[in-house]
Ligand binder design. Structure first.
Ligand SMILES: C[S@@+](CC[C@H](N)C(=O)[O-])C[C@H]1O[C@@H](n2cnc3c(N)ncnc32)[C@H](O)[C@@H]1O
Length: 162
């Protein structure tokens, strides 16, 4: 998974997610993996406004290798939204995880999530479970898009603080 260079073009899945995100930072790509989305987010923002997180030292090292020490993305280590605590973030993206993990991340650090102006989500499994969970949250307006890549359907959600 973490093998292609971040400068490679985004496929339809990540392109549709990027298109859904406001061009507004500071923003963090949570569980950035290969870092391609974070790199494209950085290209649309002033310097210093794009962040990428990974949960453990190994993936953090790989992300740093792919994006470069002095690249346009600041890399943070930690679980879910925790690396954002105390920061001044406008947005966050969570993609490539199951719907239950996405919800757990948003629930575990609810105070951090509630300080964000927008959150974009692209779950890999349990999509309808996550959609129902989102429907039970208050304070967000929700937009949903669908795209296909290699025969798979991907759903993205954009939550904007009301
Ligand atoms: C399948 S990859 C997705 C990479 C990229 N976001 C994408 O959509 O292509 C999932 C990544 O999320 C990271 N991850 C999983 N749970 C996490 C958590 N609780 N907090 C931060 N990162 C997490 C994993 O280490 C992995 O790199």
């Amino acid at each position: 998974m973490i093998s292609a260079p971040p400068r490679s073009r985004l496929g339809p899945r990540l392109r549709s997610l990027l298109d859904l995100c406001p061009a507004e930072g500071p923003v963090a790509d949570i569980g950035s993996g290969h870092g391609r989305l974070a790199y494209e987010l950085a290209r649309r923002l002033p310097a210093g406004e794009a962040f990428a997180t990974e949960v453990r030292p190994g993936p953090v090292r790989e992300l740093r290798r792919l994006l470069g020490e002095a690249g346009p993305v600041t890399i943070l280590e930690g679980w879910g939204l925790r690396p954002l605590a105390g920061g001044d973030f406008r947005g966050a993206v969570i993609a490539g995880m199951g719907g239950r993990t996405v919800a757990a991340i948003l629930e575990m650090d609810r105070d951090v999530a509630e300080d964000l102006a927008w959150i974009c989500l692209q779950p890999m499994q349990r999509v309808e479970w996550l959609a129902a969970w989102i429907g039970r949250q208050s304070g967000w307006s929700v937009r949903r898009t669908v795209t296909m890549e290699r025969g798979h359907v991907y759903h993205s959600f954009r939550l904007d603080r009301r």
